[in-house]
Write a protein that binds this ligand. Structure first.
Ligand SMILES: [Zn+2]
Length: 275
């Protein structure tokens, strides 16, 4: 419709074509444990227009400076997602129903009270979970949960088994073998074999996985711990990989929860994984 009577070209001439053909290229990041260095990390993400989710345990469990309620409000109002990371950061696999509920249920309303927004995502402490954990998360009202599975770029996973692509940490080949073996996903084996020569270099691996997402679509999910980045002196490398993936045309930047809307609607079965 032309209300002006002029013959100007439509503002989005190719939208219809892209809507049909485009496989989304998505960048997301997630950061665990709620250390104070998350604030520095958030600044680096913000400077490059990259979104992220910060997974926050409720009770202090490590002798490190942690973010407080005022910090969480700042992160949340700055556009970052706040996710739950259990109450005490206890691995949840094998806990009784009562213990499980006490670890995953209270943290959601507690965080929501602080930030004034719904907390939709959960992250498994030390990546450990089973079908009982997933059931308890669903009962508590979460929409999804992130695992520590790596080497994934496809938008094909159960919402409660969200994988990652790469961790900012000096993982060795052996770590990836364990990770792929636990996940038991064909994608993990394929990506492992394709990138076998660069597994000892997370930065190089991260860039090449991003290249493959640019090429064929999918998600690029970087995760890590700001206390580890601080301890290992990885801030410069983090800046390099964020520069590489940030501000790219045609790439959508979003926190973890928004990824769920891109998943196929069918075949969502709660898994029984151990990651
Ligand atoms: Zn953790």
């Amino acid at each position: 419709m032309d209300l002006t009577g002029t013959e100007e070209a439509p503002a989005y001439p190719s939208l219809g074509r892209f809507a049909k053909l485009e496989t989304p290229r998505i960048v997301t990041t997630s950061w665990d444990d709620g250390d104070r260095a998350d604030l520095r990390l958030a600044e680096m993400l913000r400077a490059r227009g990259i979104d992220g989710t910060f997974y926050i345990p409720i009770a202090p469990y490590a002798p490190r400076p942690l973010v407080g309620p005022a910090d969480l409000k700042i992160l949340s109002s700055g556009g970052f997602e706040i996710g739950a990371h259990s109450v005490t950061h206890k691995p949840l696999w094998g806990l009784s129903a009562e213990e499980l509920a006490s670890e995953v249920s209270p943290c959601k309303p507690m965080l929501e009270d602080i930030i004034g927004k719904e907390v939709r995502m959960f992250c498994y402490a030390r990546g450990r979970y089973d079908s009982n954990v997933i059931r308890t998360l669903k009962e508590a009202g979460y929409r999804g949960a992130r695992t520590v599975r790596m080497l994934a770029t496809r938008l094909e996973f159960d919402p409660f088994e969200m994988p990652t692509s790469v961790q900012i940490a000096p993982n060795r080949k052996y770590n990836y073998i364990k990770n792929v073996a636990r996940a038991r996903k064909p994608e993990g084996v394929q990506v492992f074999l394709r990138h076998i020569t660069r597994l000892d270099n997370w930065l190089e691996l991260g860039k090449r996985l991003f290249d493959s997402v640019l090429e064929t679509g999918g998600m690029w999910h970087l995760y890590g711990h700001s206390h580890e980045i601080e301890k290992l002196g990885l801030w410069r490398d983090l800046g390099e990989v964020l520069d590489y993936v940030g501000n790219r045309k045609g790439v959508r930047y979003m926190p973890n929860c928004e990824l769920l809307q891109f998943l196929p609607q069918q075949g969502r079965q709660a898994g029984n994984g151990k990651l």
